[in-house]
Design a protein around this ligand. Structure first.
Ligand SMILES: [Zn+2]
Length: 314
C-alpha cells in the first residue's frame, strides 16, 4: 500500500449518479438498497483493487428501459481510479501459476470459437500480465494496459512485459492495430462499459476478436445465492446477464459468437479463505479442514457464475 491516498468519507459529494451505460435512460428501480453509512471511512486502495472483496455497499438498480443492472449512485470514478492506481495486491499475485492455467484454457476456448485474423493481442486491465505471458508463448505479440503501477512493475519483473500504465483510453495505439482484445473480469469494474467496447471496436482490425469474462447476474449460481452471491462486490459497478451483454455487444458493433460458463482455477486454500465472509461460522471450519487435509495448495476449478463471451467485430 502506498499510504498516499487520503481516507475518504462517503459523503454525497464523493458520490456520482450516472445514466444507464447501455441505453442512456435515466429511469431506474432499486434492486439492492445501499448499506453505505454516511461518514464511514472508505480506504480506496484496499476496496478498489483487482481482488477487492468487500460485499457490495452501494445501491444496485435496474434500468427501466433496457434492464441493465448497475450501481447508482456510486463513488466518483476519479476516486475509484485513484484507488486502482495506488493499489497493490500480494494475495492476487500469489495465484499467478493458477491464473496462467485458467488463461491457457481461456485462450483455447477463444481460438476454438473465433480465430483472430492476426497475432496482435491487447489485454485491457492486464493486472500482473499472466494472460499476456500465456499468449506470448503461443506466438502472440502482447500489449496491455493496467492502472496499478504496482501491477505494471510486477509484470515487468515477473514476465518481462511492458504494460502501459492507465486505462484503454490512455493507450497510444492506432485504430485497427489489434487482432484479439481481451477483458478478463474487467468490464464490470469500468465506469462506462459502452465507451470501453466502442474503444475496443476502434482498436480492433476488421474481423478482430473480442473476449470478455464477467460475473453473470443471470446465472444459476447468482440466482441460487441471491444477496450472498460472491460477485456482489463494491468493486463491481455493472451486473450483466447474457441478454444485456449481447445487447451491449450489438450496440457497439460486435457479433456475439459464443457464450459459455468460464471456470477459473485457484488454490483451494485461497478460495476457502475468500469464501469465509459468505459461509459465516462454517467458513472457519472449512479453511481449517482444508489446512488439516493438506489441501491448501491443491488446484480447484470453480464456477460461481463467471461467463465468457467471444464476439467478432462486425
Ligand atoms: Zn438502459
Amino acid at each position: 500500500m502506498s499510504g498516499a491516498l487520503p481516507a475518504l468519507e462517503a459523503e454525497p459529494a464523493q458520490l456520482e449518479s450516472v445514466p444507464c451505460s447501455l441505453c442512456g435512460a435515466d429511469a431506474f428501480a432499486v434492486v439492492v438498497p445501499s448499506k453505505r453509512e454516511a461518514g464511514r471511512v472508505v480506504d480506496l486502495a484496499t476496496v478498489f483493487r483487482s481482488s477487492g472483496d468487500e460485499p457490495l455497499q452501494d445501491q444496485m438498480v435496474r434500468c427501466l428501459s433496457c434492464g441493465l443492472h448497475y450501481v447508482r449512485p456510486r463513488l466518483r470514478w476519479d476516486l475509484i481510479l485513484e484507488g486502482y492506481r495506488a493499489g497493490n495486491d500480494e494475495s492476487f499475485v500469489s495465484q499467478v501459476a493458477f491464473r496462467e492455467r485458467t488463461f491457457r484454457r481461456g485462450l483455447d476456448r477463444i481460438e476454438a470459437a473465433a480465430r483472430p485474423p492476426g497475432r496482435r493481442v491487447l489485454d485491457v486491465g492486464a493486472a500482473g500480465g499472466s494472460f499476456l505471458a500465456v499468449a506470448r508463448q503461443r506466438g502472440y505479440q502482447p500489449a496491455g494496459c493496467e492502472p496499478s503501477a504496482w501491477m505494471c512493475d510486477f509484470a515487468r519483473e515477473h514476465y518481462g512485459l511492458s504494460l502501459n500504465p492507465g486505462t484503454v483510453f490512455d493507450l497510444p495505439l492506432a485504430a485497427g492495430s489489434i487482432d484479439l482484445l481481451t477483458l478478463w473480469d474487467v468490464i464490470e469494474h469500468t465506469p462506462d462499459p459502452r465507451a470501453v467496447l466502442e474503444k475496443a471496436h476502434q482498436l480492433l482490425a476488421p474481423g478482430g476478436v473480442l473476449a470478455i469474462s464477467y460475473p453473470d447476474y443471470g446465472s444459476l449460481a447468482a440466482r441460487l445465492m441471491g444477496r450472498r452471491w460472491v460477485f456482489l462486490l463494491t468493486v463491481h459497478l455493472y451486473y450483466f446477464d447474457p441478454r444485456t451483454m449481447a445487447e451491449m455487444l450489438r450496440r457497439t458493433g460486435f457479433l456475439p459468437v459464443r457464450s459459455r460458463p468460464h471456470f477459473q482455477t485457484l488454490e483451494l486454500g485461497y478460495v476457502a479463505r475468500r469464501a469465509v465472509p459468505y459461509l459465516g461460522p462454517l467458513g472457519g471450519l472449512a479453511t481449517g479442514a482444508v489446512r488439516l487435509a493438506g489441501l491448501e495448495h491443491a488446484p480447484l476449478s470453480y464456477w460461481v457464475g463467471q461467463t465468457m463471451v467471444v464476439a467478432r467485430k462486425a
